[in-house]
Design a protein around this ligand. Structure first.
Ligand SMILES: [Cu+2]
Length: 71
């Protein structure tokens, strides 16, 4: 298990339900240990197992629900 914890900007959020949506979707994703979004700073902190998922895949998931992860 290769745990990585990083923070990246995320674009496209307009309200608190955007925050919940991103946290919920990431939280249900295999390999993601914890995800928390800060609406004020427009950033997501994600802790994941790099053996199961990588940053590119996380970015694609975020994109699929309408937001953009800046890495
Ligand atoms: Cu919203």
């Amino acid at each position: 298990m290769a745990r990585i914890k990083e923070t990246y900007p995320v674009l496209g959020m307009t309200c608190a339900s955007c925050v919940r949506k991103i946290e919920t979707v990431l939280g249900k994703t295999e390999g993601i240990i914890e995800a928390s979004v800060n609406f004020g700073s427009e950033k997501v902190t994600v802790e994941y197992d790099n053996d199961k998922i990588d940053l590119e895949k996380i970015g694609k998931i975020i994109k699929s629900i309408g937001y953009e992860l800046i890495t």
